[in-house]
Design a protein around this ligand. Structure first.
Ligand SMILES: [Zn+2]
Length: 321
């Protein structure tokens, strides 16, 4: 009986709350995903309904992985307050402001619960189990519906004034660019997120073209692989915006590692040559060769693995596997 509890000590419940879907899983001490469940967020049904589904998914995952949880980590689309566990004013979670998933899940499961912004969670996963293992400085950039980034400096998650999460995704790339909800024009997110690719591609192909109906960042990348000149042009454009942003991070932080993840980066091989060429061109004053630029190795389970890393960092400290 005692050995069973010891064996399960490292099974962490992990929850990733996004605007589109909520994923829940079980992650072991090596960052391996033992079970995975997901559900649409349907934020408009309310916070309580979402917590009920998380409760059910985690219980189901615990049953299938045959483990006992030691705690629960959460990565949540932000802004969130990691100190209190409260959700802030989040565009994709209307009506959830001041709701507290940390307190809610702690009361349901009688376990310790920790939460971070989802980009910070991803950065912690890379630091713990991914490309940032045994490194002191790492920036993890997630490129999907938006652009989120987490910064690990001297082995710890960097926080700004009053515990704030720096919004690297909203630094300005082109001050004559389109307006973003953040207030800036031409910030990185508004130019390089997946929907920006779709919008540009829509403007490049004729209105009646059947491709108009099925455009996604992935579809554009697939089309580029077939040699479609317009799609290849868009991939080059996206790679350029990504490259300028990454080069700015190399110049500003000169980190040991920059890891790129998120849905758009599922096609990282198409963008990496452009990104690296721009870094070489733009970063003349730092040793850019010393910065490793790579795509995530944690796979599609990365955000859930990130949530588990949040719990580990909060309650177990950084530990080399
Ligand atoms: Zn912005």
């Amino acid at each position: 009986m005692g050995s069973l509890i010891v064996a399960n000590e490292q099974a962490i419940g992990a929850v990733d709350i996004g605007g589109t879907k909520i994923a829940a899983g079980i992650v072991d001490a090596n960052g391996c995903l033992l079970a995975y469940r997901e559900t649409p967020t349907t934020a408009q049904e309310g916070f309580g309904a979402a917590m009920d589904r998380i409760h059910a998914m985690l219980n189901d995952a615990v049953g299938s992985a045959k483990v006992e949880l030691c705690g629960i980590g959460i990565g949540c689309t932000g802004p969130v307050d990691p100190r209190t566990g409260a959700i802030g004013e989040v565009e994709f979670l209307p009506g959830w402001k001041d709701c507290n998933p940390v307190q809610h899940l702690a009361a349901l499961f009688h376990l310790r619960v920790a939460m971070e912004n989802d980009a910070d969670a991803a950065a912690l996963a890379e630091a713990e189990w991914g490309a940032g293992r045994n490194k002191q400085s790492l920036i993890c950039v997630m490129v999907g519906t938006g652009i989120g980034a987490g910064v690990v400096l001297d082995g710890s998650l960097y926080r700004g004034a009053a515990g704030s999460h720096p919004e690297i995704g909203h630094h300005v790339i082109d001050c004559s660019g389109p307006k973003c909800f953040c207030g800036a024009k031409g910030c990185w997110e508004v130019l390089a997120r997946g929907p920006a690719m779709v919008e540009r591609m829509r403007n490049r192909i004729p209105r009646g073209d059947p491709k108009q109906g099925t455009l996604t960042a992935k579809a554009i990348c697939d089309l580029a692989r077939t040699g479609d000149a317009v799609a290849m042009g868009e991939v080059e454009c996206e790679g350029t915006y990504l490259g300028i942003g990454v080069a700015n991070l190399v110049t500003l932080f000169a980190p040991e590692v920059i890891v790129l993840g998120g849905n758009v980066m599922l096609s990282a091989d198409l963008f990496m040559p452009t990104i690296k060429a721009i870094v070489r061109r733009n970063c003349g004053l730092v040793d850019s060769e010393a910065t490793t630029i790579t795509s995530t190795s944690l796979g599609s389970g990365g955000p859930v693995i990130g949530a588990a890393a949040v719990w580990r960092r909060s309650f177990q400290g950084a530990r080399a596997p």
